[in-house]
Write a protein that binds this ligand. Sequence first.
Ligand code: SF4
Length: 194
Amino acid sequence: MATLTRRDFIKWTGVGAGTLALSELGFDLAQAYSVRQTLRIAGATQAHSVCPYCAVGCSLLAYTRKEADGTTRLLQIEGDPDSPVNEGRLCPKGATAMDLAISTRRVERPLYRAPGASTWQTVSWDYVLDKIAQNIKATRDRTFVTTDAAGNIVNRCEGMAFAGGAAFSSEEGYFATKVMRGLGAVYLEQQARV
Ligand code: SF4
């Protein structure tokens, strides 16, 4: 007769108790195993990427599949477990990276709300860029200060501030800072991840 060691006893009673508990909770283990076999990323193409949201630079894995009509469908984005940066984890913001591509709520056209208006209207990119340029020029002309109260030469624009986005690359951040300093803006801030 085979001997049952203390380790075997704990192992088998543990598995048995766990199986029983899951069954009692309504889990169908056979079904769970079959779901595992048919993961929606099974056979998908895996690509490496980096979260665009902040300078931590967590690594992502993106799974895509070619559809019958020739289009490529994004199936899943998740943290890369092999990355020494995030070891498979993502913060809540990074965990929503897939929505950047597929969210039906994503705003794809510029929206403009006129002063005093309560509704937004869809406008063209040309309209928005002209509007921003006009407002920057008017604000700078109106609020540029050449000397402070003590008579020191300051040459600064006090009526404008700039906030950079977390998805900025280093180069974009450098460029934005140069442009804003060139305009005389002194209130610059960079949003990291919130
Ligand atoms: S936003 Fe979050 S997931 Fe993305 S790089 Fe930063 S810490 Fe990582």
